[in-house]
Design a protein around this ligand. Sequence first.
Ligand code: ADP
Ligand code: MG
Length: 225
Amino acid sequence: VEESMRQSEKLSVIGELSAGILHEIRNPLTSIKGFLQLMEASSEVHTDYMEIIMREIEQIERITNELLYFTKPNRERFTQFDLVEIAQETMTLFEGQALKQQVAIKLTSSNHHHFIVGDRTQLKQVFVNLVKNALEATAADGKITIDLSSSAHHEHISIRDTGEGMPKQVFENLGKSFFTTKQTGTGLGLMVTYSIIKNHKGKVIVTSEEHQGTTFHVIFPSINR
Ligand code: ADP
Ligand code: MG
């Protein structure tokens, strides 16, 4: 009985979101099908249709990638790991894009190591999503700083950018599923990020000023608490 309860709870959590997700995936699929039918009906090569089809496929790809780590955390997968390592891996991941955009990404940390306990893959995704957003908001000659510090009972992560910042209307909608201001955005990154942080008993505080920049502060309980 207990097992089936847990199963039905799980299903209702999935249900809240799935209608939206299925909708977001069905739209590009419908468009792909339509253009393929048009192409089938004529003998010419339609590179413009091909471009649309490719764009729609890429959107489905983005949505599925963003949702890959949107799962309930498995306590058995929890290990102790170093946030410094995760930050470095994230910087390596975005090295190319940052260079191309002429944005500097830098890491500062109060200690050599900042250990926490959790699902490492999910925590890495938090860094990836926040740095990705920071890069997408920051123009040439801008700067992104990842800072790690500790207090008595907490580990603090801040990811600060000198980018475009956000108006009130955007700020108030952060983390809502499918909320995006980007042409090729999914509006799923922050929703997944917030859910992972919550599942690790963490907190998020955002400060942002238009045309000045944005900082995401993420706070987790220390391991020895
Ligand atoms: P997406 O990146 O696909 O748009 P997200 O959930 O990651 O979806 O972000 C939602 C929205 O929040 C973005 O479209 C953007 O408007 C805003 N946003 C997030 N991070 C930043 C940032 N660092 N600077 C400015 N705006 C941001
Ligand atoms: Mg994003």
